[in-house]
Design a protein around this ligand. Sequence first.
Ligand code: RNT
Ligand code: ZN
Length: 417
Amino acid sequence: MDHIDQAYELAKERYAAIGVDTEKALKQMGRVRISFNAWQFDDVRGFLKKNSAMSGGILSTGNYIGAATNPEELRQDADMAFSLIPGTHKLSLQATQVDTDEQVDLDDIQPHHYQNYVDWAKERGIGLDFNPSCYSHPNSERGFTLSSSDRGIRKFWIRHCQCSSLVGEHFGRELGIQAVTNHWICDGYKDFPADQFAPRERLKDSLDEIFHNSVNQKLNLDTLESKLFGIGVEAYTVGSHEFYMMYAAKNGRSLCLDAGHFHPTEEVANKISSVMIFSEEMALHVTRPMRWDSDHVVSFDDQTQAMINEVVRGGWLERVHIGTDYFDGSINRITACVTGMRNTLKALMRALLEPAGRLRELEMEENYSERLAVMEELKTFPFEAVWDYYCQVKGVPVGLDWLPEVKRYEREVLSYR
Ligand code: RNT
Ligand code: ZN
């Protein structure tokens, strides 16, 4: 027995003593797919046109070598990164990451423009998610897309979102893994508006049109992502949390909660149960907001842990679609992917190792003293031995052993781009 097995056996006993079955947790772990945001690999640029300027409040900063400049490079990077992450996951694509020689604009994207990704994913058992890209385009330059006062612009983005859901549906059907198509728009005002109502009314009408002939939600779940503020839209964002919450409730749609899209002291973890009482499914964007919606690489931090804990405690691993959403161009982008994904999975591992039943009993008995004591003690339980063992069983490097692989890839591949 090597030391990883030994450490695992000891940890298994420690957990068994508080009523936690580590073997069961490992099995559950293996069934969960986390959706990685492909836009970490290309700095949210996409492949529609060369050197397009970024607008719409999302911007990846930094100029570390090796950003993916075409779909092949992107898939190569994803292959590299996924080989260092335990389990089989999903890749979430932006509409701008088209893979075609055809001249195509966003209002005319078709499933076949993404077929190479489907073939790639199928071979590997990977799932695919999709995102309309309502930003960095001449039709978003004036700051409004689905809520624009210009009927032509609105129409363009309505068609884009309709096409996007169809691409998602194609992914779901082809891969046999439900896709999530997440709709987010950048619309808003830098300074205080005189009319907060009209843009929201237009957004509502646009959404009604998009979902009029809704795609099969079992194949593709459409989610709506709110936001509080962004660069250039500090005063007013059309698609606010309240707006989408009401829209989703009234129309039977699903929400996506992004950890960076609320007041910095608000806790997204605290919102999940409220949504899940009324909604069959929802999505999460796991990210790290530093002082604002900065989209830093996911850290193994309290906010992430709290969100994942909620999903596990509620028993919603099948109904809450967990995805990452961050972009950092100042470091090796493979390192960014692996670190953020492994951190999300560590949080999942730790959440699955909670003595959930016991904690709930204590709560029912109003024994809050013991609840606190147990929760605090758990923080130093040997979860890491179970995690290491999981990595070993899944055939990926344990601990920091994945770093030399990324260095080699940087030397042999990224440095030639
Ligand atoms: C932006 C949203 C959205 C984007 C991606 C690129 O604030 O979080 O999810 O990050 O669509
Ligand atoms: Zn997001």
